[in-house]
Structures are given as structure tokens and as C-alpha cells.
Design a protein around this ligand. Structure first.
Ligand code: PRP
Length: 178
């Protein structure tokens, strides 16, 4: 396994770029001739959204939401709250929620529920990483980059106490530093 700044690399920037290119092609194929709104979930999804948006050739706009971060332990109680809402209405639009990671599924289950109340034309989910073993809510992404076991990952948007989001590769958080 390669390393970057002394951290073990799980997915290199080249592997990530290649996978996002493939995901972009699939999304372009599925939405041919349609318009799309990509909704990024702050903050972790920002680098993925930036790359995914440039990998599709569909007529695309962006919006962003933020959900409260009570921490993972509290999130398992289902306590997810919207702290930054959409800027534009999504009624009648093709929506793609863009997430860096699908973990317990509580965040996306909550977002899907509130977005569906706005009656979009379609609602899809793209997640760069998926940890199916952690799932509490029954939810799957329509487009998944990589499915991984329950590892603590950082980089490419993902943080540990807000750090490491700018690592270009997806790395493993060293157990002794957690
Ligand atoms: C991460 C990730 C998802 C959520 C997934 O966000 O970006 O939004 O957790 O977890 P779940 O499936 O268990 O709900 P986080 O709260 O770490 O915020 P961040 O994006 O600002 O890092």
C-alpha cells in the first residue's frame, strides 16, 4: 500500500479520478437531454461534487445543504437537522444528492425525505464511498464510487476533527492518532 505524508493510502488520486469519470459517464447516460441539480452535503462532499460535476456533460447547476453534526454517537439516535437549506426550489427538477460517504444512512434518509416533500422530477444519490456494514437505515446510493469495510477514512473531503479534508488521496486514519 502506498503512503502520502506518512498516511496509508486506501485510494489514490488516480483511482478516485478514474472512478469519478466512470460515475460521470453513467449519470450522463441516465440523464441524457435532461437538466440536473447537484446538491452537495457540506462539507465533506465539496471535492467530490467539484470533480463529479466536471465529469458529466448534462446541463447542471449546484446547490448545497448542511446538516447538523451532533457527532456519530448522537446521530445513531436519528438526530439529524438541516442547518443550511437549499437556495433554489427543486420542484419538478432532476436532483442528485452528492455525498462523500454513506455510513449509517441517517443523513441521506433524512435528506431524501425532506427533498421528496418538494416534489422533484427525480431524486438520485451519488456517494463516493459506501460502508454497507454500518447501515442503520435501509438506503442505497444510485451511484457508488467504492464500497469499503468499516475503516476510518480521511482525505478528499473527509476529516478528522476538521483536518485532512484537503488530502488528494483517500487515506486511513492511523489507529494511534484517533
Ligand atoms: C459525514 C458525511 C455524511 C454523513 C454520513 O458527514 O459527509 O454527510 O457523515 O453519515 P451517516 O450515513 O451515518 O449519516 P459529517 O457529519 O462527518 O460532516 P462533514 O461532511 O462536514 O465532514
Amino acid at each position: 500500500m502506498s503512503t502520502y505524508q506518512g498516511l496509508e493510502v486506501l485510494f489514490t488520486r488516480e483511482q478516485i479520478a478514474e472512478r469519478i469519470k466512470e460515475m460521470g459517464k453513467q449519470i450522463t447516460h441516465d440523464l441524457e437531454g435532461e437538466k440536473l441539480v447537484m446538491i452537495g452535503v457540506l462539507k465533506g462532499a465539496a471535492p467530490f461534487l467539484a470533480d463529479l460535476a466536471r465529469a458529466v456533460t448534462v446541463d447542471t447547476t449546484f446547490d448545497f445543504v448542511a446538516v447538523s453534526s451532533y457527532g456519530k454517537s448522537n446521530r445513531t439516535s436519528g438526530a439529524v437537522k438541516l442547518i443550511k437549506d437549499l437556495d433554489e426550489p427543486i420542484e419538478g427538477k432532476n436532483v442528485l444528492i452528492v455525498e462523500d460517504i454513506l455510513d449509517t444512512g441517517l443523513t441521506l434518509t433524512y435528506l431524501r425525505k425532506i427533498f421528496l416533500q418538494h416534489h422533484p422530477k427525480s431524486l438520485r444519490i451519488a456517494a463516493l464511498l459506501d460502508k454497507p456494514s454500518r447501515r442503520i437505515e435501509k438506503i442505497e446510493a444510485d451511484y457508488t464510487g467504492f464500497s469499503i469495510p468499516n475503516l476510518f477514512v480521511i482525505g478528499f473531503g473527509m476529516d478528522y476533527a476538521e483536518r485532512y479534508r484537503n488530502l488528494p488521496d483517500i487515506c486511513l486514519m492511523p489507529p494511534d492518532a484517533q
